[in-house]
Design a protein around this ligand. Structure first.
Ligand SMILES: [Zn+2]
Ligand SMILES: [Zn+2]
Length: 157
C-alpha cells in the first residue's frame, strides 16, 4: 500500500544572515514574519527577523496619513464655514464685514467702498464661491482632492 501526499504550498529559500545556510520556509509563514517582525531561527540557531516595513504596513501608514489629511481639511473647511456664517450674520445686522462698522445703508456702502468696477461686492462674491466649493465636497475624498480643497480654502480666506 502506498500513501500519496499532495503538498500545495509555495516555499521560499532564505539565507541566514549570520552563517549563510539556506533553508526553506513557506510563503505564508514568511509573510507572517514579514508582517509581525518576530524572531525566528536558522537550522544552526541564529536568530533572524525581517526589519523592513511590509506592504501591509506601508498601506496602513498611507491610510493613516490620508485619514489625518482628511481631518485637517475638514477642520479647515469647518473654519471656512464658520467665517461664512459669521460674515452673513454681520451683514444681516448691517455691519460691514470689512470695516466692522454699522451702516444704515450697508448695500450702498459696500457698492461704493468695496466693489471694483463691474464686479460687484468682492467679499460677497468670495463667500459665494466658497459656499459653492463647500457644497461640492464629497464624503470620501482622496488626498489629491483634499489638497485641492486646501488650496481653494487658502486662496479664498
Ligand atoms: Zn545561521
Ligand atoms: Zn466697509
Amino acid at each position: 500500500m502506498s500513501v500519496k501526499i499532495m503538498v500545495d504550498t509555495k516555499w521560499d529559500i532564505v539565507e541566514c544572515s549570520e552563517c549563510g545556510i539556506e533553508f526553506c520556509i513557506s510563503d505564508a509563514w514568511e509573510q507572517h514574519r514579514r508582517d509581525d517582525h518576530k524572531t525566528f531561527y536558522c537550522p544552526n540557531g541564529h536568530s533572524q527577523y525581517f526589519p523592513h516595513q511590509s506592504e501591509k504596513e506601508k498601506l496602513q501608514e498611507e491610510l493613516r496619513k490620508e485619514h489625518i489629511a482628511r481631518i485637517e481639511i475638514e477642520a479647515k473647511l469647518n473654519g471656512a464655514l464658520d467665517t461664512i456664517n459669521k460674515t452673513k450674520k454681520r451683514i444681516n445686522a448691517g455691519v460691514c464685514p470689512d470695516c466692522h462698522r454699522h451702516f444704515t445703508n450697508l448695500e450702498r456702502h459696500r457698492m461704493t467702498k468695496h466693489s471694483s468696477k463691474g464686479d460687484g461686492d468682492e467679499t460677497l462674491l468670495r463667500l459665494r464661491k466658497l459656499e459653492i466649493k463647500q457644497s461640492k465636497i464629497e464624503p470620501n475624498f482622496t488626498p489629491e482632492i483634499a489638497d485641492f480643497h486646501a488650496d481653494i480654502v487658502e486662496s479664498l480666506l
